[in-house]
Design a protein around this ligand. Structure first.
Ligand code: GDP
Ligand code: MG
Length: 375
């Protein structure tokens, strides 16, 4: 990784293709950032005015891309000071959030997520929508952005004035990445983006996490599914509001139509992911564009139906409550493990446990007592 400090940690080495991803100018400048350069009269170093909470709020609400990026950087930061400032900004933005349709996209690597989001997002921008694309990828710090840093980079969408593409925060744990992505989603809504796409790679827990932050969850599949259908894919089919079999073009078209029929047959046996909504399979080609408008038609029908039945608002409320519970659990856990006395005693108690001198339940009890004494 280069030591150019304007490059955030998640930037790939070849990330020049992005138009909106990283911006110079925060060095030595904005609020909460460390600076070892003092602004003194005559110093030629162009020190930027520190942004206040209101500067952030005004900038985001005005749709100022540079400030949106800085606000996101703030909520993605792990420093306590930034988090505090970020929360003050978020609090003021909250009344302006919620006015978008939040769409989750998942699919195995190579399924065509990037190509499809590029085609779908560009279509929506052309219709006058403002589209934000966020990624949730807990592996990105290891693989340097396996979702958005891969070879198909949504270059046209990234350059579109009506679109904002943000790679996954580098964050280690899924929980950390998820918190940051949720807050980024709110910032984008406050900034006037009315379609938010959250992309995740189709490998396990991150799909459940993304399902819990979106209104509509779309799964991209490929043909040639056959026997694999039963096991691995059943889990993701159960949380899908639509399945799109991509690459339905050329020689693959008939196979895609067959797969569609097979998925529809299987979906028939599953509980719907969303109450009152029938999940169906469709074919699409991100390459030719055939079937891309249908994605939006399905989503609009879904939005209409679930809004009039109340399911849409009910889910959003539940998601917010679940998120708060998750945050409580995360913070309690962090506090527990960071407690000095607990840290000191864990190895001692583990040793007792291994020697058969205590039971797991008693071990936990005594650690919790030690923790309680400190509070
Ligand atoms: N034939 C065909 N190829 C596609 C289609 N969509 C994507 N691809 C190709 O599939 C490969 C993987 O696509 P990509 O969007 O990077 O997949 P991702 O890993 O899910 O983001 C690329 O070479 C694309 O050009 C499609 O609809 N038809
Ligand atoms: Mg991709």
């Amino acid at each position: 990784m280069s030591n150019d400090r304007s490059r955030p940690e998640w930037a790939t080495d070849q990330a020049e293709g992005y138009a909106s991803h990283y911006l110079k100018g925060t060095e030595g400048g904005h609020d909460g950032m460390t600076s070892n350069k003092k602004a003194v009269a005559g110093n030629s170093y162009p020190r930027r005015r520190q942004l206040s909470v209101d500067d952030y709020v005004k900038g985001v609400l005005a749709g100022n891309r540079a400030i949106i990026a800085q606000a996101i950087t703030l909520v993605e930061s792990n420093s306590q000071k930034h988090i505090q400032l970020g929360q003050e900004v978020l609090k003021k933005l909250m009344p302006y959030t919620g006015n978008s349709i939040r769409i989750g996209f998942t699919g195995v690597p190579g399924a065509g997520k990037s190509t499809l989001i590029e085609a779908f997002g560009t279509m929506l921008c052309d219709q006058g929508h403002k589209v934000a694309v966020l990624a949730v990828d807990p592996s990105s710090s290891l693989s340097k952005g396996s979702i958005l840093g891969d070879k198909t980079r949504m270059e046209n969408l990234s350059r579109n004035q009506n679109a904002y593409v943000r790679p996954s925060p580098a964050g280690g744990t899924l929980g950390g990445v998820a918190r940051k992505s949720r807050e980024t989603l709110l910032i984008c809504e406050a900034a006037g983006y009315d379609v938010i796409i959250v992309e995740t790679v189709g490998v396990g827990q991150s799909e459940i996490t993304v399902r819990s932050m979106v209104d509509f969850f779309l799964v991209i599949m490929l043909t040639g599914a056959g026997d694999e259908l039963q096991g691995m894919k059943k889990g993701v089919m159960e949380i899908a509001d639509a399945i799109f079999i991509n690459k339905a073009d050329g020689n693959n078209k008939q196979a895609a139509l067959n797969a569609r029929a097979e998925y529809n047959r299987l979906l028939h046996f599953l509980q719907p992911a969303t109450k009152g909504w029938e999940t169906q399979a469709y074919t699409v080609s991100a390459l030719t564009g055939e079937g891309v408008p249908n994605i939006w038609e399905v989503i609009q029908r879904y939005e209409q139906e679930t809004k009039s039945s109340g399911v849409f608002d009910e889910r959003r409320k539940q998601q917010m409550l679940d998120w708060v519970r998750t945050l409580i659990e995360d913070q309690l856990k962090t506090r527990f493990y960071q407690n000095a006395k607990v840290k000191e005693n864990i190895p001692i108690i583990e040793k007792l446990l291994i020697n058969g001198e205590t039971s797991p339940t008693l071990a936990v009890q005594s650690l919790l007592e030690i923790y309680d004494e400190q509070n």
